[in-house]
Design a protein around this ligand. Sequence first.
Ligand code: PEP
Ligand code: MG
Length: 788
Amino acid sequence: MAVLWLDEISADDLETVGGKGASLGELTGAGLPVPPGFVVTAGTYRSFIENAGIDDELFDVVDVDTDDSSALATAADRAQELILETPFPEELREEILEAYHEVGNGEAFVAVRSSATAEDLPDASFAGQQDTYLNVTGEDLLNRVRECWASLFTQRAIYYRQEQGFDHSAVNIAVVVQQMVDAEKSGVMFTSHPSTGDPTMIIEAAWGLGEAVVSGAVSPDNYVISRTEDDIDVTVAEKKVMHVKDEETGETVEREVPEEKRTERVLSDDELSRLVDLGERVETHYDTPQDVEWAMTDDEDFMLQSRPITTIEEPDDGNLEGAGSEAVVNAAKGVTDGSGSIRSAETGSDDGSTSSDGDSSEATGEILVDGLGSSPGTVSGAAQVVTKLDDLAKVGEGDIIVTEMTMPDMVPAMKRAAGIVTDEGGMTSHAAIVSRELGVPAIVGTTNATTVLDDGQLVTLDGDKGAVLEGETVDPEEETQPVEEVRPQSPVKPMTATEVKVNVSIPEAAERAAATGADGVGLLRTEHMILSLNQTPEKFIEENGTDAYTNELINGIRSVADEFYPRPVRVRTLDAPSDEFRQLEGGEDEPEEHNPMLGYRGIRRSLDRTDVFAHELEAFARLYEMGYDNVEIMLPLVNDAEDVYRAKEQLKAAGIDPEKRKWGAMIETPAAALSVEELAEAGIDFASFGTNDLTQYTLAVDRNNEHVADRFDELHPAILRLLEDVIETCREHDIETSICGQAGSKPDMVQFLVNEGVSSISANIDAVRDVQHEVKRVEQKLLLDSVR
Ligand code: PEP
Ligand code: MG
């Protein structure tokens, strides 16, 4: 039997039909209304490759050094070719087509989805690409089945299995084939409150097919239904677009919702009670609250998927947050569209403050130097003054580095140090950014630490207060640990409508960053990958070739994209000022600039050196080929639409389709903020506030000059005015807004931006959890204000 019908399958058949197939089979068996269909089993895939005699070559071919990206690309191409070019044996072809004809009584439209069977992989998406093909008809089904099989051998999938030590030949794949539901309305349903577990059902609904709700393309109606009292709370959203099947091509297309239906309530009371009934049946069947995707046609209700809710939190601070919040937040802000839907987060740690103030490790000695506390925590150790790179060798495990300013070469020493103190720099300097990501307490901008402190002197560094104290006042046993290690771990994070992401600057921090439970990476700086090569890009290319340069970027970005997959990772193209390049080998060829911050950096440099930029963009193109569809491209220091159009041409020249990939611009200059309408017309998908630069350029305050650090105010009314205007304009153009500057970690800024309706906030690793809670608090307040 090459196929199994859904009604023949139960949850125990995971090995044969994969996770998706088993879950749909279980629901069908429980009598729930699942669209009819069958699964081409994992065994069928296996016998296909074995009977065709391609199995040995297949597994041989993919046994490559995955760090060699061209070898990996060749391996993936060959493996996929082997599968895609092997014809179906006649008997198998007939069996699949016969089942297909039975599904819809003829040439029905079906959905085809891969369903991986590798239970022990942490995320089955790594096993296969999770390919989905909608509205498939006739013989095309056979090609789609083969494409699902071939998805086991994308570059990303091969890389991941190799990295994790999984045997390629031990992973199999099944394919689910199911009748398409031509939904008139659809959405999602939480059978219990996704945060508190209260007996409250939350249903989101929009017109047309479900992808619009699941992908966040439309802001849906929201229905909160008490299961214990006769109480329904309805928030009707303005639904501008819907996804429907194009009658001619059969493809799913986005259409405008007719004017009269935009503010019409999607679900009647009767339909709601039918969904509640379905929700109760599925919850009873699994004996645990479920997160369900549903669809309705004229006369039938369907359940497309059901998963356990993984976000239920122990009760803490009220129960109005969560699923209902987004529609109401949007209503409060007049947001009408493009805002996304309920998201169920799955990882993260529990509440707690990032500050380590007031614990038993508080230092009390005499203050020797003070500066800006830029990475929290309190530690004691021996100072080691580093004035030249050779001095780094003397920095031992647990020492405190004291230096003018850190540089990329210092990162290995920064990792072994207990703390870092610098003379120069502000909260957005290299020392501040890297120490936060490494979780090493740090103080920057002391002006005099290298002259006041001596080698070997025992000191205590308080990274919260920004003070270095005399003596070893902290018992090493009591030192403040990096935040996430001292907090009790809980499997949930607060659920918020505004996404909370994390900034990453050094790939080594990716694992720590992903463990925060952030919704993705809002800024991955690529400079550190390049600066740590110790040669300017031009010099590195001259000595090692263009492929080596591209590979460095691929490897750096991939390690972060993998850690977060499928969560999005916004990667910024190179942005380092020429003074940083001047310190590297080849730096003598860099321009000498009076004001590097106002000079040759970001997109200006890239558009001037398109030959080098092309190799950078090639890294993105190759990552897309490998299957890293979670990578987004962000352009730094854009001033106007001209910059964006020119960069877009470069993307196209590198084989990146700007219509297919998600890309956007940083808003870091007043000019960019004032031109955002034109940037929107140039096609950006998102605008991200780089408030470190936006503040320095708007207020004329050098971000790294400790003498004017007290004037560096990201909450200055002039900045807030720019932020507010950009958010408003972007909303009108359906463009996402985000912040990735340091200010995104500050509660006041979080409050301001959530109130303004920003789409996401990207924070430092150590601030993510607090920002999540702050966002939740502000959203709750908006929710309460809107119902009072
Ligand atoms: C910013 O300017 O706010 C930003 C995030 O970019 P960087 O700090 O790397 O200049
Ligand atoms: Mg910047």
